[in-house]
Design a protein around this ligand. Structure first.
Ligand code: HEC
Ligand code: HEC
Length: 337
């Protein structure tokens, strides 16, 4: 059922290629920027990778193949699925079907062949997203539709998987999906913690997870967002708590940027509303994944979001340092939606 995960490498490759793509909408003020050293360094943690080795783990000769009849459960759920059901690519596991209204077919079922894939495969059946894919719950309906149009027209250029989703979804399904997600309440499950040091990490299924030996390193100018239970996370358990480690002092400095701006950038609250809860069609930032927030600020800066609605953000992102981005993301993520 985790169809989308296998498509993620393609979309990430797309991201890498498009970073350098030029943009015909560029004007002098908002011209897409080639990634400078600061942004290039951030890409190592901002753009997820499928896998990287844990240098502290013993090398296994070969991973044992999962047994198709193995019954899989996750904590707190009465549902169970066999490994074969989880691996099938026609519908999505839903571990907590009673915590949200019944989703429309486009969200849960893959009408094969090809695209569109069920939205829940990445954004979860209740629209709460996960570390890799943003929450859609509670986004303004108009904003969801506008973004799908931007993906379709290529003015929001990554990830490739969303471009293909947007090109293949029909208007009726887009209507159903956008109404469904916009009506759901967003309930973040990421705890934001300031810390000077973090575990050394490696990538597992597009998420940074601590190395086995427990070694630590300075956080530096980074956000490390991880799952507290990667095994359940991988099978689509959307109740697992996430943790985002952020640099010491980032939340307080981010609060100043949000309410007062910087010497160059406007206060985020002037458009995203008091407490960053969103206003009209301007999306909320409160409680959202801090890594996603930094990722999008970088995308605006690099010219990967050039739809007309993105114009103010392209200017804003050019005026923020990487540290500003991290701090304001830490602050936003720590707020109640
Ligand atoms: C294979 C995974 C995958 C599937 C399936 C998928 N998405 Fe996405 N979607 C993503 C990712 C990843 C992003 C974040 C893009 C980025 O990093 O800029 C995204 C972004 C979005 C956004 C922009 C959110 C924002 O805050 O700006 C919308 C809206 C969206 N998706 C809607 C949908 C809908 C509707 C469907 C089903 C028809 C769907 N997606 C299916 C992975 C997926
Ligand atoms: C002048 C108005 C304005 C200001 C100031 C502003 N924003 Fe935005 N922001 C927008 C609009 C409008 C969008 C939606 C873009 C679109 O429609 O494609 C947006 C989108 C975003 C997104 C993408 C959200 C998503 O779901 O993908 C992020 C992240 C963001 N803003 C962060 C910030 C931060 C951080 C600040 C302050 C440093 C800020 N914005 C200041 C208007 C603004």
């Amino acid at each position: 059922m985790r169809v989308g995960r296998s498509k993620l490498p393609a979309m990430l490759l797309g991201a890498a290629i498009l970073i350098f793509a030029s943009c015909e909408f560029a004007d002098a003020q908002t011209a897409p920027q080639p990634p400078d050293a600061e942004i290039r360094a951030a890409m190592a943690w901002v753009f997820p990778k499928a896998h990287s080795p844990d240098p502290s783990a013993p090398r296994l000769a070969r991973k044992p193949k999962p047994e198709p009849n193995e019954v899989v459960r996750v904590p707190g759920s009465t549902q169970s699925y066999t490994r074969a059901q989880l691996d099938a690519d026609d519908s999505i596991a839903d571990w907590f079907p009673h915590d949200h209204p019944s989703p429309p077919r486009i969200v849960m079922v893959h009408r094969k062949p090809g695209f569109p894939l069920p939205c829940a495969d990445c954004h979860m059946p209740n629209g709460q997203g996960d570390i890799t894919s943003p929450a859609l719950a509670g986004l303004p309906r108009e904003y969801i539709v506008e973004q799908l149009m931007a993906f379709r027209q290529g003015t929001r250029s990554t990830p490739l998987v969303m471009t293909r989703e947007a090109q293949s979804i029909n208007d009726a399904d887009l209507d159903l999906a956008s109404s469904y997600f916009s009506k759901l309440a967003y309930e973040p499950r990421t705890r934001v913690i300031e810390t000077a040091t973090v575990p050394r990490t490696h990538w597992v299924d597009f998420v940074l997870v601590p190395n086995r030996d427990g070694a630590r390193e300075p956080i530096g100018e980074r956000i490390i967002e991880t799952s507290t239970d990667i095994v359940s996370h991988i099978v689509g358990d959307y109740h697992v708590e996430n943790v985002a480690w952020v640099p010491p002092g980032s939340i307080a400095h981010g609060a100043v940027i949000a309410s007062k701006g910087t010497a160059k950038a406007l206060p985020c609250e002037s458009c995203h509303g008091p407490a960053l809860r969103g206003v009209g069609d301007t999306p909320p930032l409160a409680g959202r994944s801090p890594t996603y927030i930094v990722r999008e600020l970088i995308r605006f800066r690099l010219g990967q979001r050039t739809n007309s609605g993105a114009a103010p953000m392209r200017l804003e992102a050019l005026r923020l340092t990487l540290k500003d981005m991290i701090d304001v993301a830490a602050y936003a993520a720590s707020r109640e939606p």
